[in-house]
Design a protein around this ligand. Structure first.
Ligand code: 13P
Length: 274
């Protein structure tokens, strides 16, 4: 297994982005790993709040560890959108190699304080940390933020001066879930974040962002792109397509095939492959 910091260094060197795919069961990470190995690309297997609420913290870390053991590419086990220091500590104990602390909906000073505490604890055991500025809207695993999501550049400057995070998620008009129409991303703001010397930048809400926007975002410093909704849809469409067989293994097979195809498409897009 690799840390987020390690795979982001690869992304920085190659001017690409590493996919962060949310996982909710055993079959999804199996499918994603198949895609990552065929494409020979590091991958971030992300456990989010929805999966944790459904009991995922009991089993999913073991699933990821087992999968990573036999993988030919680096695998990061990442916690998504944690709003709790205590949950972060539980994940450090469960073997995560990366955690996201999302204090973006708290007042700025509180976000700074809590992020610093998380960074201190995680770095003490060699685990990477992603933080967030400019709350990303939409519904992510039951968390809904209604604030406007354009990151404040002055806050970026003040935040990165005092928080040693390994990655920074920024709101630039992106949102979780399916976009209504074409997303309107503020690329000027993204470029400005990078010029301020921000750590590798993360684009949440990767589902449904058109390819040319993804490529532009990567060229301006996005190094990790999160995809959850499209993974779940691909998996569920596969299940549905084979439901008539009344054979659970055929349903899983179809679901995994659809998930592999989706993951390969995203990986190739993020790796700038034709
Ligand atoms: P989507 O569900 O829009 O792909 O967003 C995923 C995400 O950002 C997870 O943090």
């Amino acid at each position: 297994m690799a840390t987020l910091k390690e795979v982001l260094e690869i992304a920085e060197r190659t001017n690409t982005a590493i996919p962060g795919f949310n996982i909710d069961n055993i079959e999804i990470p199996e499918a994603i790993m198949e895609a990552a190995e065929v494409e020979n690309c590091p991958v971030i297997l992300t456990i989010g709040q929805g999966a944790i609420n459904a009991g995922g913290l009991r089993h999913l870390p073991d699933v990821v560890r087992r999968i990573a053991e036999s993988s030919s590419v680096p695998v990061v086990m990442h916690l998504d959108h944690s709003e709790s220091y205590e949950q972060v500590i539980a994940c450090l104990r469960a073997g995560f190699t990366s955690v996201m602390y999302d204090g973006s909906h708290y007042p700025f000073e509180e976000n700074v304080r809590e992020s610093q505490a998380v960074v201190r604890a995680a770095h003490a055991v060699g685990v990477s940390v992603e933080c967030e500025l400019g709350a990303i809207s939409g519904v992510e695993d039951g968390i809904s933020h209604s604030n406007t999501n354009l990151v404040d550049l002055d806050e970026v400057k003040r935040f990165i001066a005092v928080v040693d995070s390994d990655a920074l998620a920024v709101g630039i008009g992106n949102a979780h879930g399916i976009y209504k129409g074409t997303p309107n991303l503020d690329f000027g703001r993204l470029e400005a974040c990078r010029k301020l010397g921000a750590p590798p930048l993360v684009l949440h809400g990767g589902s449904g962002i058109p390819e040319e926007m993804i490529k532009k975002a990567i060229s301006l410093g996005i190094r990790k792109i999160n995809v959850a909704t499209e993974v779940r849809l691909a998996f569920m469409e596969g299940l549905k397509s084979a439901v008539g067989s009344r054979d659970i293994y055929k349903m899983y097979q179809a679901a995994k095939a659809g998930t592999i195809e989706l993951a390969r498409t995203k990986i190739r897009m993020f790796q700038n492959k034709e």
